[in-house]
Ligand binder design. Structure first.
Ligand SMILES: [Zn+2]
Length: 291
């Protein structure tokens, strides 16, 4: 099975960090292009949305819901979970789920942490997700990556994750071995880096794939290297010159052709969303990963 997911935050991030309101129309246009091709292909995706968008940009969230896609949660204000205390994370998750549920009038059951930020140091996040009625999680990146990842998780296909008596259905990022190294290939910067033919081949030969996109990952932006203050406020890490240049290069890699490349991928693979996948998986037969 091949899962298609989008993380929806650009409108909120733009309002909070840059304030260029003319950008909203551009994001709307890209979202419409995505929704239209999904309709044409009769595919449903999961859109993990930042909670605050439920009150600040409800029309964006409702447009996604109206086209019958799944609305999932992508935290409240896109702060990475491993940068929050347990108390802050509990508050953030509660606000996010509440805001989205008020917006769409139905229960939100799927979740993805910003930047896949659930790992060894904050496994307690699973308890918080369960307390808020989340049943399906897509936050595990089971390989090494910048800013975390959870290489020891070990499972690269849907499984049950168990922590402190709480169980959730987990949909991890899929990986493949490249030059002896376990790597993601089906979303974010990895999607931009690898050739489309390679990605299609990997997806077709696997029994499970998880594709993930941000509109901001795919649209060319000419913004320069972040200032030290902006970097530190966003990433909550020291904004050294090296760190800021590496981020700049990685975030712009392969952007020029990324959007049409994603549209071609959608046109060539039969995707389903997380909610649909939940129904077809025989959960009793899947691995239970105790963390
Ligand atoms: Zn995000």
């Amino acid at each position: 099975m091949n899962l298609l997911t989008f993380d929806i935050e650009e409108w909120f991030i733009e309002q909070r960090h840059n304030g260029r309101i003319e950008k909203y129309a551009e994001f709307d246009r890209y979202l419409d292009l995505i929704l239209n091709i999904l309709d044409e292909r009769q595919l449903k995706a999961t859109f993990f949305c930042v909670g605050e968008m439920g009150s600040l940009f409800p029309e964006v969230i409702r447009k996604i819901q109206k086209r019958d896609h799944e609305v999932g949660c992508h935290s409240n204000i896109h702060t990475w979970l491993n940068k929050m205390t347990e108390v802050e994370c509990r508050e953030d998750t509660h606000r996010a789920v509440d805001s989205l549920e008020q917006c769409i009038g139905e229960k939100v059951k799927s979740y993805r942490a910003p930047a896949f930020s659930i790992g060894e140091s904050n496994k307690w996040a699973f308890e918080i997700l369960a307390e808020n009625g989340i049943e399906r999680d897509a936050s595990i990146f089971p390989a090494a990556r910048d800013f975390g990842g959870f290489p020891r998780f070990g499972q690269k296909t849907p499984c049950i994750v168990e922590y402190n008596g709480v169980r959730l259905k987990e949909f991890p990022v899929c990986t493949t071995v490249v030059l002896g190294k376990d790597m993601a290939y089906s979303g974010g910067g990895y999607f931009r880096f690898f050739p489309l033919g390679f990605i299609q081949k990997e997806i077709k030969k696997s029994s499970y794939s998880m594709c993930y996109f941000h509109i901001g990952d795919l649209v060319q932006e000419s913004h320069g290297v972040m200032s030290k203050a902006a970097y530190e406020s966003y990433f909550k890490e020291p904004g050294t010159v090296k760190a800021r240049y590496v981020r700049y290069l990685k975030s712009n890699l392969g952007k020029k052709r990324a959007f049409p490349k994603m549209m071609k991928l959608i046109d060539s693979i039969d995707f389903i969303n997380v909610k649909q996948a939940d129904k077809v998986i025989d959960w009793d037969a899947t691995t239970v990963v105790k963390i």
